[in-house]
Design a protein around this ligand. Structure first.
Ligand SMILES: NC(=O)c1ccc[n+]([C@@H]2O[C@H](COP(=O)([O-])OP(=O)(O)OC[C@H]3O[C@@H](n4cnc5c(N)ncnc54)[C@H](O)[C@@H]3O)[C@@H](O)[C@H]2O)c1
Length: 258
């Protein structure tokens, strides 16, 4: 039995590239290197140039604008990816919460608007992505989202984003259950803290990274590339029996009790 991962002839769509540090970009690079035709999305005009520069010079790759709150733009992104080759893999690597809601001690002060925004962008948006993708994954496929341990345990400063990640992980299970009979698998990767644009908005992030490196079984932080590797596995036939799961790429931090 061959274990080489070959995604040539398949299309992969990755939502949420802000820059070269984005987890989305690490996933995109891995899927593309495995042979997939690649479509990445960026949120708005402000990020257009950066996203275009990342795919410039790459064969079978393109960048399209997509705000996940606009269902029509999600549809367009999925259509673009599916037009290039049969859609096999979709990664949802998108999250947002208002900065004032991400300060240590600020959780109880979160207002309805901030709560709604965090939940809508960071959890609900997986649903339109999965709806649009699943209808085009006629031969089955893999949908992957990104979560964090703050959805299970308290990280002061992660706050409403923790609530959003809990909702996201529950959504993964419900979607996996509904889409399984079509051969569409849905999983989350729970990544350890990584220095990205989104991470910098979280109060206490540097401390979070330090504590993870100190206490994790592997005694270090993880890299974007390691998250990309897990995404490639989940996108591939090697993971054909895996759905509804949260796969931890966190140097083992989540198993520690003391
Ligand atoms: N960095 C970490 O420590 C870490 C750890 C675990 C999980 N995650 C998760 O990984 C995912 C990617 O984050 P990242 O750390 O790579 O940071 P990032 O800032 O590079 O990516 C976040 C992306 O979300 C996009 N986004 C926000 N609102 C959007 C909207 N309305 N429409 C479309 N896109 C929108 C941003 O434009 C950006 O591209 C997020 O779900 C994040 O919660 C991050």
């Amino acid at each position: 039995m061959s274990v080489a991962i070959d995604l040539s002839g398949a299309s992969a769509l990755v939502f949420g590239v802000a820059n070269h540090r984005s987890i989305a970009w690490a996933i995109a690079e891995r899927l593309h290197a495995a042979g997939a035709d690649l479509t990445i999305t960026y949120q708005n005009e402000r990020m257009a140039r950066g996203a275009a520069a990342l795919v410039e010079g790459l064969e079978r790759a393109r960048a399209v604008e997509c705000d996940v709150l606009d269902e029509a733009s999600v549809e367009t992104a999925v259509e673009t990816a599916a037009a290039a080759a049969p859609l096999r893999a979709v990664a949802h690597s998108v999250a947002f919460a208002n900065r004032e809601d991400l300060a240590p001690g600020a959780f109880g002060a979160t207002h309805a608007e901030g709560f709604r925004t965090a939940l809508e962008v960071s959890a609900y948006s997986l649903l339109p992505v999965a709806r649009a993708a699943a209808t085009r994954m006629t031969e089955g496929g893999s949908i992957i989202t990104l979560t964090f341990h703050g959805g299970e345990k308290v990280y002061p400063g992660y706050n409403v984003m923790g609530v959003a990640k809990s909702a996201l992980e529950a959504s993964v299970r419900y979607l996996a259950s509904e889409l399984g009979e079509r051969g569409v698998r849905v999983n989350a990767i729970s990544a350890g803290p990584l220095n990205t644009l989104a991470a910098r908005g979280i109060g206490g992030f540097t401390e979070m990274q330090r504590v993870h490196a100190e206490r994790a079984p592997l005694k270090r932080n993880v890299t974007q590339e390691e998250v990309g590797g897990a995404a490639l596995f989940l996108a591939s036939e090697l993971a054909s029996g895996v759905t509804g799961s949260v796969v931890y790429v966190d140097a083992g931090y989540h198993v520690m009790g003391a």
